[in-house]
Design a protein around this ligand. Structure first.
Ligand SMILES: O=C(O)CCC(=O)C(=O)O
Ligand SMILES: [Fe+2]
Length: 311
């Protein structure tokens, strides 16, 4: 029997380090290109996000989701036109053919004052937790995600034969959202119960931090007709292409279906970072393709997923 393939793990150090030579960079770009075209997924090390920050963010998840239910409900994203805030267990249904997701979540993004609020932009709903327990580590982590997201997009652009300057409009004031996630032990043993039902991600790219040892992410691999498990390993981020990159590359970099089965037998925390990009930008990989802006794309996806208007 053919062995089940693994999502490639790529060391980004020789791209990210300031004195990287063009040859070193080109090798990393090539590895990223291959992973994107074969799987739409990759794992990365040497990414420059301090391990201490990653650990603090996972601790922040626990502090938030340990709050009493009424305090979490008070932060509901339904109160917030920028869709920032708390989402109860079962509130999201990523796969309409499965049971509602067995997870609770909390969205946040760039802090934008109320008077400048717009689609996906606005103030966050911060929980009443000590600064060092939540706001400080999360804000620090957010800056790291912006930087890592920018570097990954550069690698994609280069791998597709472009100069990095094609990204200027897309990466200027981008919408980048974090979602803190808590998967409790599955409520039901129904085979249609998932932590997160099978889905693709809406945006450009996703950078996922998983709680080490709490496995559960599975990626659909059509050639093997199988779900590939992706282990949760400390200091390794999982990167995947979203629907925007899929559309922009005519499927060359696929937005691959994935799901979460929380097999850990207990709590599992994870933090996806959704890099959506500048709302007014159009396809950076095909200059002149102005068919849909990032904002139009995301509104369409939200309408489909939640069965309601995004605003
Ligand atoms: O929790 C995970 O490991 C993945 C979550 C995910 O795929 C998502 O939120 O889009
Ligand atoms: Fe996802």
């Amino acid at each position: 029997m053919a062995s089940i393939p693994e999502i490639p793990t790529i060391d980004l150090r020789s791209y990210i380090q300031p004195d990287a030579s063009p040859e070193q960079k080109a090798t990393v770009v090539d590895e990223v290109r291959k992973a994107c075209s074969q799987y739409g997924f990759l794992q990365v090390t040497g990414h420059g996000v301090p391990l201490a920050t990653q650990r603090e963010v996972l601790e922040s998840c626990k502090s938030l989701f340990d709050l009493p239910q009424d305090r979490k409900n008070a932060l509901s994203l339904k109160n917030n036109p920028a869709r920032r805030g708390y989402e109860r267990i079962g509130e999201q249904v990523l796969d309409a053919k499965a049971l509602p997701d067995c997870k609770e979540g909390y969205y946040l993004g760039r802090e934008v004052p109320l008077k400048q609020m717009g689609f996906l932009r606005g103030p966050n709903q911060w929980p009443d937790l000590p600064d060092e327990e939540f706001h400080a580590p999360i804000s620090q982590y957010y800056e790291h995600m912006l930087r890592l997201g920018g570097s990954l997009l550069e690698m994609l652009a280069l791998g597709l034969g472009h100069d990095v300057s094609v990204l200027e409009a897309f990466t200027e004031e981008p919408v980048v959202n974090l979602k803190l996630l808590h998967y409790p032990k599955h409520i039901s043993e129904d085979p249609k119960q998932f932590g997160a039902g099978a889905h693709t991600d809406f945006g450009a790219i996703t950078i996922l931090l998983q709680q080490p040892g709490k496995h559960g992410l599975q990626v659909w691999h059509a050639p093997s007709d199988a779900w590939l498990p992706v282990s949760a390993v400390e200091d390794v981020f999982v990167i995947n292409m979203g629907d925007l990159v899929h559309k922009w590359t005519d499927g060359r970099y696929s937005s691959t279906v994935h799901r979460v089965v929380n097999a850990s037998g207990g709590d599992r925390y994870s933090v996806p970072c959704f890099y959506q990009g500048a709302l007014s930008a159009t396809n950076p990989f095909k200059p002149g393709d102005n068919t849909e802006t990032v904002e139009q794309h995301i509104r369409r996806k939200f309408d489909m997923s939640y069965g309601l208007k995004a605003e």
